[in-house]
Design a protein around this ligand. Structure first.
Ligand SMILES: [Cu+2]
Length: 396
């Protein structure tokens, strides 16, 4: 690829990821799973008992103000809706915990909480006013600028605050760490509704733990690592969507042209790397470390076909380290794992993310009932796929 094109694509991907084009996620800080079963049912486990408040910590209850009934668009069985959440932050603070309370577990598939700087609130409110009912449709990212740096933001420093996916309990940041939030900041809550279980109303809520800026915590931010998804139809499968172009067109029809750009961009960046074996059930992508820091936690996100994910630092060198190793991925337990030994990173280092899928599950899982065979690419739908690692990084 010509250098200029590559830069354009990388910029587009950086932006898209920064804006959260990534779709579903997981900051569900529960202990690493010991159950490798592919349970594909929403978890009904009881929430853990709440951890007592730490010195200086207060709790703010916030969330959607009114019920929203999800709708489908262009035959998509997924709806992504963004809601402005105003926690009433009047002083510079740190976010030290988030507890999501999805209102309707039948159709809430994931929630991402994005930072919305004070200066960007009016823009988000204007967007909210363009659509009837609470919030606005937002496949991919929030669809509005959320920080002043906005378009200049890269993969590093993506303005995610937290996320919930099945299996998620309260997310409590360890002592001494916190996500900075400034006075007047609000938040955007992106909720992914899967409509296969029907279109019933939802009111999702959340509780935030905060500490004042004077707590002098080490700032935490989120870095996202992605890889391409290029899973051809299995032997014996035939159908119009087994054609890659048709499959990408189908994703673009359901979720918009940004999704096309994302699938094609990842293919251009990751698919051309030597470590990536091309289309198949495993995908690998290398990304440079742009800023020094310490990785405290890592979480995997794929969809229903995901079977394993690994994230390493400096692969194939004497300095190789494993950051995350999930040999038996379970969609319903996408918990982030706090690393027993936090990993230091610096410019010059390189991350590698590797995802594996079991496309034969398409024939076995009830969620795929009635779907056509297809070449699976990156997409926001529950029956599309992703390869996304979410790192929680502290700045030095
Ligand atoms: Cu996803």
């Amino acid at each position: 690829m010509r250098r200029k094109n590559r830069l354009l694509v990388e910029t587009a991907i950086g932006l898209s990821v920064t804006l959260g084009l990534v779709g579903a996620i997981l900051f569900a800080f529960v202990p690493p799973t010991t159950n490798g079963a592919h349970a594909h049912q929403l978890s009904t486990r009881a929430q853990k008992a709440a951890m007592p408040l730490r010195p200086g910590e207060t709790v703010i209850a916030t969330g959607m103000k009114a019920p929203y009934t999800p709708k489908s668009r262009n035959t998509a069985l997924d709806d992504y809706r963004c809601f402005i959440v105003d926690p009433g932050i009047t002083q510079d603070s740190f976010l030290t915990g988030v507890k999501f309370a999805p209102g309707n577990l039948k159709n809430v598939h994931h929630i991402i909480l994005f930072q919305l700087d004070a200066a960007m609130v009016a823009g988000a409110q204007a967007k909210d006013a363009t659509e009837k009912g609470p919030g606005w449709q937002c496949f991919g990212g929030p669809g509005v600028a959320t920080t002043a740096q906005g378009s200049a933001a890269s993969l590093v420093g993506a303005p995610w605050l937290a996320a919930w996916a099945p299996g998620g309990d309260e997310h409590i940041v360890p002592d001494g760490l916190g996500v900075p939030i400034t006075a007047g900041a609000q938040m955007i809550m992106q909720v992914h509704y899967n409509l296969r279980a029907g279109k019933t109303p939802d009111v999702s809520k959340l509780e935030l733990r905060t500490m004042p800026a004077t707590a002098n915590l080490k700032p935490l931010s989120t870095r996202l690592l992605v890889s391409s998804v290029e899973i051809p139809c299995q032997p014996g499968e035939v159908g119009p969507l087994c054609d890659r172009t048709a499959a990408v067109n189908d994703v673009a029809k359901r979720f918009g042209q940004e999704s096309r750009l994302f699938a094609e961009g990842l293919q251009l960046i990751c698919g051309t790397q030597a470590a990536n074996g091309g289309p198949g059930t495993t995908s690998t992508c290398d990304w440079p470390v742009m800023q020094s820091g310490v990785i405290y936690a890592a979480a995997p996100h794929m969809h229903q076909l995901g079977s394993a994910m690994k994230i390493t630092l400096n692969p194939g060198t004497a300095r190789e380290q494993t950051v995350l190793d999930v040999p038996l991925y379970d969609f319903d337990r996408q918990s982030a794992q706090w690393l027993a030994n936090p990993v230091k990173v610096a410019p010059g280092d390189r991350f590698r993310i590797t995802c594996s899928w079991r496309p034969e599950l398409r024939k076995m899982l009830p969620i795929f009932k009635g779907t056509e065979p297809r070449y699976v690419v990156w997409g926001e739908g529950t029956t599309d796929e992703m390869c996304l690692g979410v790192l929680s990084v502290g700045r030095n």
